[in-house]
Design a protein around this ligand. Structure first.
Ligand SMILES: Cc1cc2nc3c(=O)[nH]c(=O)nc-3n(C[C@H](O)[C@H](O)[C@H](O)COP(=O)(O)OP(=O)(O)OC[C@H]3O[C@@H](n4cnc5c(N)ncnc54)[C@H](O)[C@@H]3O)c2cc1C
Length: 399
């Protein structure tokens, strides 16, 4: 494994850093206060070519390698991890189509994302099936006309209020079925304006093929307020055969493939948050003086800064190794994807907590970005599998 970045990767990094410095950092604090959806920023990121990174070249996508993808997501998250989550979610939803869809399915379902700045949702979690996704109740069952009908409710779905397409994991036939299918449901595209949460209320989408989708009110979240999260219900949605990805009994395997791909991306979000927390804390403790000296020169404070740096570097190494192994498709890739996710969550939570502490009382005040980062960091330990699930995956391999 080579730790040197190639010229293309260096160029990507430069481009994303400039974008983040110009388009995200100056406005993320103000935007997140209003819980506004940053569609203009996402549109500009799309224009720049730093979203939809997993789409195959066959449909004019970038088909970017995972190390480069991780670098881009890390840098976007340095600016705002909610924006990075929303952008990354397109790949979460679309990767399975690129991996297991037919040529025609790739043309049909992925081309719109290359042509326009659209959003996609990845629908797995349900009210009674979180970590244990085998307990999901959403299902496809043959209706009277011999076609599959999709019914069920998913919760905590990123981009749901604005998505033009939903990738849905569901049971086949009955909730107790051992088979999980992956189906794609295109819906009307909605291009929201940047006017705050109120503009993105529930939406009902009647589908031309039959049935409807209903999205719930956007969730009022602790952190990552620049991403959109809502429930999605599928009511008698007609599913044609060509909307089923791959074999309708192999959805669980496809899900594992997607999560192996996606966990390093969540790790990249965590590393981006942690690095931003360290940089802000370094800047603050270099300025702030107490007892006649800079806080960063006090031995105990410096030890905290070093501890933050060590967490970030460790998580970053795990992120790069996981990205590399997933890209190579090695048999142990899942274990390293879980390791990277856990270490990055630990780094994000540790660095934002220590960083806030080193800001003293000011860290507790809303106008200081470190308080936002501390709120944002919590979700890294939860979405795409809580810490205990990652440990379960690692433990299973170990023994
Ligand atoms: C902002 C946000 C965005 C999200 N985006 C998406 C999305 O786009 N698509 C999607 O499908 N889902 C999404 N999710 C859902 C997310 O992936 C789930 O919340 C997560 O997988 C955990 O499921 P749960 O919330 O039901 O927690 P539960 O499974 O109920 O777990 C609660 C706690 O129980 C403990 N626990 C659970 N299982 C075990 C175990 N086996 N061993 C030991 N302890 C255990 C852990 O401490 C865990 O934190 C999102 C969630 C949020 C908050």
């Amino acid at each position: 494994m080579d730790f040197n970045l190639n010229d293309e990767q260096k160029q990507y990094l430069e481009t994303v850093r400039r974008f983040v410095g110009r388009e995200i950092i100056p406005c993320s604090m103000a935007l997140e206060k209003t819980h506004a959806f940053p569609f203009e920023i996402i549109r500009k990121a799309w224009d720049l070519g730093i979203t939809n990174l997993s789409i195959p070249q066959a449909v004019k996508g970038y088909s970017l390698d995972l190390v480069s993808t991780a670098l881009i997501i890390r840098e976007l998250s340095y600016g705002d991890s909610g924006i990075a989550t929303s952008a990354m979610c397109n790949d979460l939803a679309n990767a399975v189509i690129g991996m297991h869809g037919t040529d025609l399915q790739q043309q049909t379902f992925l081309t719109p994302f290359v042509e326009r700045p659209l959003l996609a949702s990845f629908c797995l979690t349900e009210p009674n099936a979180g970590s244990d996704n085998s307990a999901m109740a959403t299902l496809i069952r043959k209706g009277e006309k011999g076609k599959y009908l999709l019914n069920g409710t998913k919760c905590f779905i990123t981009n749901a209020s604005f998505a033009s397409q939903f990738t849905v994991f569901c049971k086949v036939g009955k909730p107790s079925s051992p088979f999980i299918a992956c189906v794609v449901v295109p819906a009307l595209a909605m291009e929201p304006v940047m006017t705050g949460a109120g503009s993105s209320a529930c939406r009902e989408i009647p589908l031309p093929g039959g049935g409807r989708i209903v999205t719930g009110k956007p969730e009022d979240k602790l952190g990552q307020r620049l991403s959109n999260t809502a429930s999605v219900s599928f009511e008698d949605v007609v599913i044609e055969d060509d909307q089923v990805i791959g074999d309708r009994r192999l959805g669980f395997q496809y899900l594992t493939d997607v999560l192996d791909y996606a966990r390093p991306m969540v790790a990249a979000i965590g590393v981006g948050i942690a690095r931003r927390a360290l940089d802000l804390t370094l800047a603050y403790t270099r300025e702030r003086r107490q007892f006649g000296q800079r806080i960063c020169d006090m031995p105990v404070a410096r030890e905290s800064l070093v501890a933050m740096w060590k967490k970030i570097e460790t998580a970053e190494m795990a992120l790069m190794k996981a990205s590399f192994l997933v890209q190579e498709g090695t048999p142990d890739r899942g274990v390293y994807a879980s390791l990277a996710k856990n270490l990055a969550a630990e780094a994000a939570i540790f660095c934002t907590t220590e960083g806030l502490h080193l800001h003293g009382g000011y860290g507790f005040i809303g106008e200081y970005e470190i308080s936002k980062l501390l709120r944002d960091a919590q979700i890294i330990d939860i979405y795409e599998g809580v810490r205990e699930i990652q440990n379960m995956i690692v433990g299973r391999e170990l023994v």
